[in-house]
Design a protein around this ligand. Structure first.
Ligand code: IPM
Ligand code: MG
Length: 372
């Protein structure tokens, strides 16, 4: 089959990590007889520099005309250190999510056996962790109006808003994920303080009778932040609003051992976007040291969710497991003789092409979609 992938490397380490995902997808194409066409678009600081707009119209059009979007990272210290900047790279990412209607961000949290000792958390606490954070992505305080500064500049304000419609559609999706997995849903909110959270909780409670096969529990976000680290195995699907999901998913990366291992899928109305959870890591840009695994695993999610190529996604995940077992790791995971970004990409692509340890009949671990 032929597939068109809108490819948006963005800023910082974005281009180098996206290059590795492209290598890996091409290796899958060779092995399984698919053709991927990568068409590049501008986003973020790169797009501001080239076109004065962090999410130009041509990029939106490219995304709309593609089967899936592969995204790198966004952000540049030049803007981080200038709070008065009129346009910011992050606006490009937010505009992309909003304009494509990507209201759900799926962030799986799982551990790799070979990396259990890389997490600062105890092995017995994290071995077998496997849950999914479903983060609402186009509402809440990220988008609410009014926002800004008072005239005298002495006050600033953001607004958190959610409509019942927005809450219902993300909860519906989270219930569906829970149904495909272990039928347990944790709704994370701050209903003891926030009106929006109370609407989330009330809506979830109203929906419960229609989803009686799912066990639902409710947790305040501060408590969830603690339980996530103390008892990560108790979670199956966690659903939460935009900002809580942003924070909790970075926190959850400590379980896996590195933020560089965390993939995500943003899905909704139009073309889905596959984006690593981490940012643009400007200190590492151009040095060939960043971990490309989050992007490679995001590419596996792309195959599974947008292209329905479940076996191909599993081949990537098995190649990733093999890479970890062989100790081919970037520097944040390995001090002595770490692998470079491109070495990791080459290793995974070669493993796939040479069919090492990735034959699906070998059952190196039971075949299981991440998401079910
Ligand atoms: C993420 C990032 C983004 C967000 C930033 C870069 C705008 O942190 O995808 O988690 O806050 O959503
Ligand atoms: Mg984040």
């Amino acid at each position: 089959m032929n597939f068109k992938i809108a490819t948006l490397p963005g800023d910082g380490i974005g281009p180098e990590i996206v290059d590795q995902a492209i290598k890996v997808l091409n290796a899958i194409g060779q092995r399984c007889g698919h053709q991927f066409t990568f068409e590049f678009g501008l986003v973020g600081a790169a797009a501001i520099d080239a076109a004065g707009d962090p999410f130009p119209n041509e990029t939106l059009k490219l995304c709309m005309d593609s089967d899936a979007v592969l995204f790198g990272a966004i952000g540049d210290p030049k803007y981080d250190n200038d709070p008065k900047a009129k346009v910011r790279p992050e606006q490009g990412l937010l505009a992309m999510r909003k304009q494509l209607g990507l209201y759900a961000n799926i962030r799986p949290v799982s551990v790799f056996e070979a990396l259990l000792d890389k997490s600062p958390l105890k092995r017995e606490l994290i071995s077998g962790v496997d849950f999914v954070v479903v983060r609402e992505l186009t509402g809440g305080i990220y988008f609410g109006e009014p926002r800004g500064r008072s005239e005298d500049g002495e006050k600033a304000f953001d607004t958190c808003t959610y409509s019942k419609y927005e809450i219902k559609r993300i909860l519906e999706l989270a219930f569906d994920y829970a149904r495909k997995r272990n039928k347990k849903l944790t709704v994370v909110d701050k209903a003891n303080v926030l009106a929006t959270s109370r609407l989330w909780r009330e809506t979830a409670q109203e929906m419960e009778p229609n989803h009686s096969d799912i066990t639902v529990d409710y947790m305040f976000v501060d408590n969830a932040a603690m339980q996530l680290i103390q008892w990560p195995k108790k979670f199956d699907v966690m659903v939460t609003e935009n900002m809580f999901g942003d924070i909790l998913s970075d926190e959850a990366s400590v379980i896996a051992g590195s933020l560089g291992l965390m993939p995500s899928a943003s899905v909704g109305v139009h073309t889905s976007v596959y984006e690593p959870v981490h940012g643009s890591y400007p200190q590492a840009a151009g040095k060939n040291i960043a971990n490309p695994m989050a992007t490679i695993l995001s590419a596996a999610m792309l195959l599974e969710i947008s292209l329905d190529l479940t076996n191909e996604a599993e081949i990537i995940r098995r190649a990733v497991d093999y890479c970890f077992e062989k100790g081919v790791l970037t520097e944040e995971l390995k001090k002595e003789q770490p692998a470079s970004t491109s070495e990791v990409g080459d290793f995974i692509a070669d493993t796939i092409r040479e069919k090492k340890r990735t034959r699906l009949n070998e059952k190196s671990r039971p075949f299981k979609s991440w998401l079910s």
